[in-house]
Ligand binder design. Sequence first.
Ligand code: ADP
Length: 420
Amino acid sequence: MCENPLFVTDSRKVVPGSVFVALKGTRTDGHLYVQEALNKGALYVVVQEDVSLPKDKVLKVENTVEFLLLKAKEKLQRYKPFVIGITGSNGKTTTKEVIYHLIGEGKAFRNQGNLNTEIGLPISILNDYKGEKFVVLEMAMNRVGDIAKLCEVAKPKLSILLNVGTAHRGVAGSDEAIIEGKLQIVQFMEEDGTAIVHHDQRLLQRISNKSLITFGNKQGDYQLLDYSYEELTTKAEYKTPKGILSFHFGSIWNVGQLTNLAAAIAAVDFLDITLNIEFLETFSPIGGRFRVFKHREIYTIDDCYNASLESFRVAVEALKKLGKRSFAVVGSIKEQGQYSVETHKQLGKILEELDGVVVYNIDHEIDPMECSKEMFRSDDPMKICDFLRKLLKPQDAILFKASRSVEMERVLKVFLEDDR
Ligand code: ADP
């Protein structure tokens, strides 16, 4: 039997020689696809319920998610890498990518894309980890306990806790629950581990007797001192225990991303790795996550990938610095549950600072938002772009931002196709 089979949870992705793990999801149940998986050449299937298949093709376990977690844990225990765990409300993916590249391909492994949950993270380790010395893991949290579970698989020696905000607060239950849940990355790291934590009293007052490094915007051991934009580049200055660092980035970084970079610099210093300034200065944010470019002389920000109040705040700050006039096309912030109305009211206040706001209200969750700068509301990308065409002038700046499921990229696509 193959020693490192590919573990697959989506039967459509089964290839000969892989192992199909049947998960009971909210939309569908993997147990319905076990026969299909075998037909496609799966070595065997892992199930938690009885299935009518030949015995030698079935591994029955108590819980298939726990099976994945345990398998990944066992694999890491074989190699004993240095684990760096990253969590926080905003900027995990970008920070993970930066740290991974600063340590260096070959020496480091990181979980791909958003394979950062109790299913994605073990799958990523099982299928892609090749024994690299450093493992950089983005750990996502929906509910309190998620991070503890991921730390059980991969116990961080270095934990990084970025800003803690209001993202997914409807799922977590409350802001207090978000703090408690994310602090688990410090609570459940190695006994002699080190934590790099955002300089936020709500977090710091709950952390004791651990080796602690703080970072922040004008506060903490590693701090962003100042930044400015020049055309499509960013100049930033940092204060670190080793001295002042100055960067000139070849793209636009917002203040949140720049603050998170202080955490990445702290991590690299801690690991005693030489800071690759050239890499940082040429690194571009990942598509959809605050990518800034010019379209017909208009500063355009593609931030369609996701949204929270905090990431809106930093985007608005950047918009105002960038353009002569600043505008935003906005859609709803999801997963806010009982806080949804309050969140959208707060969003309205944040957007007051702009010159104009256009609302893409495809799902109407954003309806409670009130903002005196609102100019136009529609669920039709064409109508929105017609409006923008008449409104925008060279050197204006415009942001496209909403939660993932709103698919704001549909509006951006029409905007970019419009060459009249
Ligand atoms: P995550 O993986 O946590 O979702 P990403 O790296 O994909 O994070 O970035 C997502 C969004 O978070 C982008 O809109 C980015 O501008 C924003 N962001 C990054 N860092 C911060 C921060 N410190 N505060 C607020 N927003 C931030």
